[in-house]
Ligand binder design. Structure first.
Ligand SMILES: Cc1ncc(COP(=O)(O)O)c(C=O)c1O
Length: 389
């Protein structure tokens, strides 16, 4: 018998239909309220349906939904300027795309264009998207294996280095490398910050061998860790930084921010996209960045994140808490997927899991309120008190 499915069976889907959302809350079709500590997959940094984002999308949609990169359109230039301003003028320009994987593909393409070299390094635990190149560079074996043919990843010039191992990086990285790509705080690996000393050593090695340092800030950027870019907390600036998830307030958009050295090596035709940098996405992202800044959400992420981390660590059943700001991994004494299921069914709280079976991933909107954090802490305490299933 032929199977007909409206959607291909590539996701495990929870039995809840989400129809609306405001701030850190979402609602199902029956009007039940859920606390979203998963942030719609680390996307809703300014909360669901922030009024400024909704207004900007509506206004832009009424005047122009789309036009191509061959013409100037409203908000594209403003968005690039805003991103440069928010990163203290470190970057000279931005290339706009639609997703995190595309932003990383663009960053690595830039590295190969600038250096004319083939090899790209990444580190264990890293995740950079689901395109064939980014999967080939994943430091999580399960994902890298998805592109393997006869045991070898599809991209043959990738080298995975052990994370936080300065000595190995010094020995392996040489003038044959175009770039190394790392997440300053690894999200899918369970919210693991890379050592500041390691990031500083990578900067120094890249400068010495002429390779580009690429920070994948798709999950940890946009203020989530308590600074606009997580790399800033180690005092390290990359040659290229990528953003996506939270950039458009839920509207799909990604960006690769590049320094002057990189920008000067690029010419027309080197990169391109149909939809990237379209007017709707840029209008949404400008409004979203405005809200993030004007409403002090980055400071809130730092403060409420520290509060949540300390309180979570004291809950029986939580072994320890890792991560930074509102990108937190709670290492449990049991399977995180069981706890996530119970939180959803019994407490109407949504959380994320990770590539590590015991780690719950907490990545709520950055305007989460203290009473909402307390509601989550009470729910987690109740679920973990019921014992392992
Ligand atoms: C660190 C990181 N990089 C890249 C990606 C890929 O982003 P996208 O799914 O938008 O392609 C993700 C997605 O989870 C991510 O967490």
């Amino acid at each position: 018998m032929l199977t007909r499915l409206p959607e291909l069976p590539v996701y495990n889907v929870y039995p809840v239909t989400i129809v609306s959302g405001r701030g850190a809350l979402v609602y199902d079709g029956a009007g039940n309220e859920y606390l979203d500590m998963y942030g719609g997959h680390a996307v809703t940094v300014t909360g669901h349906c922030h009024p400024r984002v909704v207004e900007a999308i509506g206004e832009q949609a009424r005047s122009l939904i789309f036009y191509s990169n061959a013409f100037d359109v409203p908000h594209r230039r403003a968005l690039c300027e805003k991103l440069i301003e928010l990163t203290g003028g470190h970057f000279a320009g931005a290339f706009l795309v639609n997703s995190g994987a595309e932003a990383n593909e663009a960053a690595l393409t830039m590295a190969r264009l600038v250096t004319r070299r083939k090899k790209i390094a990444s580190v264990t635990g890293g995740f950079h998207g689901r395109s064939l190149l980014t999967l080939s560079l994943s430091g999580l074996d399960k994902y890298r294996a998805r592109t393997a043919v006869d045991g070898a990843p599809l991209f043959p010039h990738g080298v995975i280095l052990p994370r936080n191992d300065v000595e190995t990086a010094r020995v392996v990285l040489d003038a044959s490398f175009a770039a190394i790509i790392v997440e300053p705080v690894q999200g899918l690996a369970g919210c693991v910050p890379l050592d500041a000393d390691y990031l500083r050593a990578l900067r120094e090695i890249c400068d010495r061998v002429g390779a580009l340092l690429v920070f994948d800030e798709v999950q940890c950027g946009m203020g989530r860790t308590g600074a606009f870019l997580a790399g800033e907390q180690a005092g390290v600036w990359p040659d290229v930084a990528t953003l996506a998830k939270g950039l458009g307030g839920g509207f799909p958009i990604g960006a690769a921010l590049a320094t002057a050295r990189v920008a000067e090596a690029l010419k027309a035709g080197d990169l391109g996209t149909t939809f990237g940098g379209g007017p709707l996405a840029c209008a949404a992202a400008c409004a979203n960045l405005g809200a993030l800044h004007d409403e002090g959400m980055i400071a809130n992420a730092a403060e409420l994140g520290a509060y949540l981390a300390a309180k979570m660590a004291a809950i029986p059943g939580v072994v320890r808490v890792q991560g930074r700001g509102l990108l937190l991994g709670a290492v449990l004494d049991r399977q995180a997927s069981d706890a996530a299921e119970q939180l959803l069914q019994q407490e109407r709280i949504i959380v994320g899991t990770s590539a590590v079976p015991e780690v719950l991933r907490i990545m709520p909107p950055l305007n989460l309120r203290r009473d909402e954090a307390d509601r989550f802490l009470a729910g987690l305490t109740a679920v973990l008190a019921k014992g392992k299933e």
